[in-house]
Design a protein around this ligand. Sequence first.
Ligand code: MG
Length: 267
Amino acid sequence: MTDADGVGDRGSRWIVDLDGVVWLAGEAIGDPGAAVAALRDRAVDVLFVTNNSAPTRDQLVRRLGQVGVDARASDLVTSAHAAAGLLQPGDRVMMLGEKGLREALDERGVTVSPPGTARVDAVVVGWTHVFDFDVLATAAEAVRAGARLIGTNEDPVHPTPKGLEPGTGALLAAVAAAGRTSPVVAGKPHPPMVDLVRARLAPGGAAPVLVVGDQPATDGRLAERLGAPFALVDSGVTSPDTDVVGVAVALRAATFGALVAGLPSAR
Ligand SMILES: [Mg+2]
């Protein structure tokens, strides 16, 4: 018996990362649609959990459809939702981020103030390519004036076909340094996302859970904090010869599809 025993059984729950697992910058990795369909044939429930706060849920549903994965908005949790959960309805925030973060803040009833607003309750940093010196200066000033600094996630880089791009963690670190503070981080593997995922899993009771991801430091740690085994796929930030240190890897495969194909027959 391994600690991943039963993870492919009827009623088990899979927490599946997107970037580096299902796709790389929108390009499918293998045939993720077939992998998800094979899991659903086994009555395995699939929840997609991403630290990418930029796309809206509808955009993610469409992108999943484009790579052959049938998903509904309710099958998705992003770090934008975890970050919004740290705020109270009526809070005023400065936002560095894109539509997905805006959607999550709007749903939460948070007021997004224009840059330069004298006082805000929080500065929320998600992934965005709209980031320059003035944005950094304004955000840092708000933080020094007492606003909480919340990051959707702290992934320093994310994989693209052209190599690694700066991630939210890089932008967040700049605001934290100039704001002379430490941020609260919402996404994997931090408590706000752990709690959000745990709440989503609650109706499944004690069913086996597996976390699938390409980043040991985020996906592997999320698994650890959920008390679930971690399946590493070498299609994102790691390659098969990467040594993983400090995070337990219960299963390892080249791709998500290979992981599903390697499951023992359904029970
Ligand atoms: Mg990933």
